[in-house]
Design a protein around this ligand. Sequence first.
Ligand code: NAD
Ligand code: TYD
Length: 349
Amino acid sequence: MKNILVTGGAGFIGSHVVRHFVNRYPDYRITNLDALTYAGNLENLRDIENKPNYRFVRADITDAPAMNELFQTESFDTVIHLAAESHVDRSIANPTAFVMTNVLGTVNLLNAARAAWDGAFENKLFYHISTDEVYGALGTEGIFTEKTPYDPHSPYSASKASSDHFVRAYHDTYGLPTVISNCSNNYGPYQFPEKLIPLVINNISHRKPLPVYGKGENVRDWLWVIDHAEAIDVILHKGEIGETYNIGGNNEWKNIDVVKLLCSIMDRKLGRNEGESAERITYVTDRAGHDLRYAIDSSKLQNELGWSPSIQFEEGLEKTVDWYLQNREWLERVTSGEYQTYYDEMYAS
Ligand code: NAD
Ligand code: TYD
């Protein structure tokens, strides 16, 4: 029996984490706290919203009094903290929002947990979800381990690095029972189409240009989002307090190769001529400070806690494309309104 607060559970990864815990652990109580920003969508959780062990609270983690009150009244024993501003390009356009949610919001949650738990830390856990981007950028060689020094370059990764430091500081200073995991790029159903893979799927569907930054040579290590949710489960139950675990797919791809693979999968599934979609690949101005390569060494998690990724990238991408093609209304709804304005501004030049 656990009483778990998941923050950011209406977002991409958070909704998979909430679904995983609600379905797998019927006797755990799962509270999903989310502000429902542009990236939060309760439709992502329609299939589990009426389960007796699930409930939703709309609140903003930048609101310290609201966080304190919730922790005082709810007796949470575990926090899985995912709520964040998560998109690098938005962080370049508006860094302050990232400081507010990712840094201040995290500190508010740490304070609320510390006050509510009041030194009675047995069977308590504050689990902070972070990214491999805190480690900076690799050249063509090398791999991030848990010991790689932090070297963030974007306002997004700087804000996540800062939040990681606060989590460690609360462990080291106040003895708060914390654990952190740093994961590589996720892909799969319910990802907001501002991120590379769903954006390209959406644009291929609509026969729109496929924007590739710079020369498309940047490398990301892609992980199936449900494998991330599994890893979070394993770390939550078996991870050691105060430790950090890297999570990755051991699956490095150049952006241009991801886009080409998506084009060929979708041409086949949509009955188009092979090569039609790839003609719409358009090289656009590179992202400022664009990290060249990320690659994660997750051997600590694999060897010590026994987790490993379950599916190959090609299979995961097929499943992802199938999901987006079968859920066109979801895509239509999230690409209307605020997102359309953002898209027009981002890709105007
Ligand atoms: P997302 O943008 O899809 O979802 C973020 C969620 O947080 C949304 O539901 C949003 O409404 C909510 N939120 C934002 N600001 C909030 C606030 N002030 N108060 C309460 N809720 C708020 O993000 P994601 O891709 O699912 O990422 C989730 C977490 O995982 C983030 O912490 C991110 O840094 C981390 N992460 C993401 C990836 C990735 O590839 N997407 C990889 C590694 C780590
Ligand atoms: P993204 O999905 O934004 O994730 P992150 O920046 O956190 O890695 O981008 C993945 C890669 O794809 C990154 O190198 C930037 C690139 N990219 C494009 O080439 N075109 C696009 O339209 C987007 C959104 C990203």
